[in-house]
Design a protein around this ligand. Structure first.
Ligand SMILES: [Zn+2]
Length: 267
């Protein structure tokens, strides 16, 4: 009897895994801007709605919107130029850029669907030698975030989470054992962490392309990495945390991307 019940659970668990895998691996689509294959279960419309829904809550976590209108307009102009003059113009997302009133957390991030944020702590560190804010460095940060949106990294991570949550549940069904559930969760965390590194490098690469297309100086993205490196001793930086590639590794790849895109784009 025990044996039979155990076998039934295993079959149910395998069925769950098979269904989840079919859903996960079956839900591929080709990105209209980058031409790459991606695994997402949301439509662009759903991404946009989700981004708008979470926008205010996200802003509140980083000091709320920065009240200085001139600074906000300046950031809007840089973001809009990047979108208008690059491949990003072909994406379905209505991009919106926000300065957040957080003087401590050096960070920038993007929600699915086009909501993009930069903290004043990061913005005030992006400077020219003469002390004024560097438009090229701001463009570097915004270009990187635009790339996260276009490459649908948020939606991809959510599809993965769904998949691994199902696997975790299936592991519990098969063994009736909590520790194997924890094991599956650990595996899920590890996988999404390593995807995180890949996402960052991809966004650096496409961000450099958008900078070049919009007429910004891509070498200033290297300066941004130096700023992040200097700031990394400070408060926690989700976008640039220890699970992400080190600024040194990113600089190496950014220099490679600059050469690659310059020659591909004939600059
Ligand atoms: Zn990033």
């Amino acid at each position: 009897m025990r044996r039979k019940r155990g076998g039934g659970s295993l079959i149910i668990a395998l069925a769950i895994v098979a269904f989840a895998a079919m859903r996960f691996f079956g839900s591929t689509s080709v990105n209209p801007v980058t031409g790459k294959t991606e695994r997402v279960s949301m439509s662009a419309e759903q991404e946009i709605a989700l981004g708008l829904q979470s926008r205010d809550q996200m802003a509140q976590q980083f000091g709320g919107l920065y009240p200085d209108r001139e600074t906000q307009l300046y950031i809007d102009q840089i973001g809009e130029r990047l979108v208008r003059m690059s491949d990003a113009a072909r994406s379905p997302y209505p991009f919106d850029f926000h300065v957040l009133n957080d003087p401590k957390t050096v960070n920038a991030f993007a929600l699915p669907g086009g909501q993009i944020f930069i903290t004043t702590a990061l913005l005030t560190r992006l400077r020219e030698a003469n002390g004024s804010i560097s438009e090229d460095q701001v463009a570097g940060v915004l270009g990187h975030e635009i790339a996260h949106v276009i490459e649908r990294h948020g939606a991809e991570r959510m599809a993965e989470q769904e998949f691994f949550q199902t696997l975790t549940g299936a592991a519990g069904v098969a063994t009736g054992n909590a520790s194997s559930q924890q094991m599956a969760q650990m595996v899920a965390n590890f996988v999404s962490m390593s995807y995180g590194r890949k996402d960052e490098l991809e966004s650096d690469d496409w961000g450099v392309k958008y900078m070049i297309q919009a007429g910004y100086d891509p070498s200033q993205m290297v300066k941004v990495m130096q700023v992040l490196k200097e700031a990394s001793g400070g408060t926690s930086q989700p976008e640039f945390s220890s699970t992400h590639p080190s600024p040194e590794n990113r600089i190496e790849q950014i220099n490679f991307s600059i050469q690659k895109w310059n020659s591909e784009l004939g600059r």
